[in-house]
Write a protein that binds this ligand. Structure first.
Ligand SMILES: [Zn+2]
Length: 178
C-alpha cells in the first residue's frame, strides 16, 4: 500500500523543461528535428525526462515510495490501539479512510508536529520515553513481523524527517498518494 509521496519544491523557476513531458524514448526521438543532436537514452532519462528548469525532477524537492512509513503507521496503530492520541499523524497516514480521492495532504504546519512525533518515537524506541510496556512489546513485535523493504526502523524515521524538513523549508505540503 502507498504508491508515492512527495514534497513540491518552491523554486521561482519551477517549470517543466521543454519536452520533459514526453515519457518514452522513441517519442522523444521523433520530436527531435535534427537527429544527430538527440541525446542517448541514458542522457535523456537523466537530463530531460520529467526535469524542471530548477533541476528538481518533476518539480519535487523530495519524492519516494512511502510503503515503509505506512507499515510503521500500521504498527503504531496496533501498538497504541487504546490511546488514540499517540502518534496521530503516523496513524492517519496509514489509514486509507483519511484519503480524499486517493490523496492525503499534510500542510507544512503539520510537518512541524510530525517532526515532534518522530522525536518522541525515537525516544520511545530507545526506552528514553515511557508510554507503557505493552505498546513497546507490541510495536517491537509488529516491526519484526513486517520487516521494512528499504532498510531498518532508523532509515524509515530518517525518511519521515526528510519529508518534514523539505516541507518546512519550501513551505509546501507533504502529499501521499494511494
Ligand atoms: Zn525546484
Amino acid at each position: 500500500m502507498g504508491k508515492w509521496c512527495r514534497v513540491k519544491c518552491s523554486c521561482s523557476n519551477r517549470r517543466p523543461l521543454p519536452g520533459s513531458d514526453i515519457s518514452n524514448y522513441s517519442d522523444y526521438l521523433k520530436s527531435i528535428k535534427k537527429p544527430r543532436l538527440a541525446k542517448t537514452e541514458q542522457e535523456w532519462k537523466e537530463k530531460v525526462r520529467s526535469v524542471f528548469e530548477c533541476g528538481h525532477r518533476s518539480g519535487n524537492a523530495v519524492e519516494f515510495w512511502p510503503g515503509d512509513i505506512i507499515s510503521l503507521g500500521q504498527a503504531l496503530e496496533i501498538a497504541f490501539r487504546s490511546t488514540p492520541q499517540e502518534f496521530g499523524i503516523f496513524r492517519r497516514i496509514a489509514d486509507p479512510e483519511n484519503y480524499d480521492d486517493e490523496l492525503l495532504k499534510k500542510s507544512s504546519d503539520e510537518s512541524a508536529a510530525w517532526l515532534l512525533e518522530t522525536q518522541i518515537l525515537n525516544e520511545f524506541i530507545r526506552g528514553e520515553t515511557y508510554l507503557g510496556w505493552h505498546p513497546k512489546i507490541v510495536l517491537d513485535r509488529e516491526i519484526e513481523q513486517y520487516g521494512f523493504l528499504y532498510g531498518n526502523l532508523d532509515d524509515v524515521i530518517s525518511s519521515v524527517e526528510m519529508l518534514c524538513r523539505a516541507s518546512l523549508t519550501n513551505g509546501t505540503s507533504i502529499e501521499f498518494l494511494l
